[in-house]
Design a protein around this ligand. Structure first.
Ligand code: HEC
Length: 202
């Protein structure tokens, strides 16, 4: 408003017109885009082939996949260091077994499960994004250590997050106690079996 006031246009006749652009008496001014805008436009166009070749052909631009695999390597390295420094972070079949069938552990495991696992495995572990954990079919085996390893390390490429840095060894063992307690519960909406038939500690 104030700009218009300070620079009133009394006539349009002295502005350059694009000749021939006359539609029903409406004429078009030849107002070029500002220089900075044009240069950004040109720069974007020139950047396109550099970017495409840089990511897909020559690899001098970091892609999302590179970031993902390097962060996975960092994670693996971090885990190896952590486990070397904390031997108790690694559970054994013998260290997990006493957790199973103990009501307090099952209860604690149920709470952990609904907080950390239910969004992918379903409230009753019937399976959702992740597999049904109540049936006899297992992708990664069905020993307590198998479960512990999957929970600790995850299966990132399949969408199972690692929990080793979130849940301590006792908590992971409590979640296993809970999973054992609901074996064969056949919850409503149970997901079709994934993996192979494996009874506990096969
Ligand atoms: C972001 C989704 C997600 C969350 C959260 C999640 N899981 Fe998983 N989980 C998966 C997927 C997907 C798989 C299947 C992995 C595969 O196909 O190899 C899986 C697999 C598993 C398996 C192996 C099943 C088998 O058949 O061998 C176990 C055990 C498991 N999850 C336990 C847990 C526990 C316990 C938690 C919580 C602490 C949890 N998951 C949280 C997605 C998730």
């Amino acid at each position: 408003m104030s700009k218009m006031d300070s620079n009133p246009k009394t006539s349009v006749s002295d502005e350059p017109l694009i000749s021939g652009h006359n539609y029903d008496g409406i004429e078009e001014f030849d107002n070029p885009m500002p220089g900075w805008w044009v240069w950004m436009f040109v720069a974007c166009i020139l950047w396109t082939p550099v970017y495409i070749l840089g990511v897909h052909q020559f690899g001098f631009i970091n892609s999302y996949e590179d970031d993902l695999s390097s962060s996975q390597m960092e994670l693996a390295q971090w885990r190896a260091d952590y486990e070397a420094a904390n031997p108790t972070a690694v559970a054994t079949e013998e260290s997990i077994a006493p957790f199973v069938n103990v009501p307090q552990n099952i209860e604690a495991g149920a709470t952990l499960f609904s907080t950390y696992c239910a969004m992918c495995h379903g409230a009753a572990a019937e399976g959702l994004i992740g597999p049904n954990l109540t049936d006899d079919y297992w992708i990664h085996g069905n020993t307590n250590s198998n479960l512990f390893d999957v929970i600790t390390n995850g299966v990132l490429e399949k969408g199972m997050t690692p929990w080793g840095a979130v849940l301590d060894v006792d908590q992971r063992s409590q979640v296993i106690a809970f999973i054992r307690s609901i074996h064969g519960s056949n919850p409503p909406g149970a997901k079709a079996p994934d993996g192979e038939l494996a009874t506990p500690n096969d």
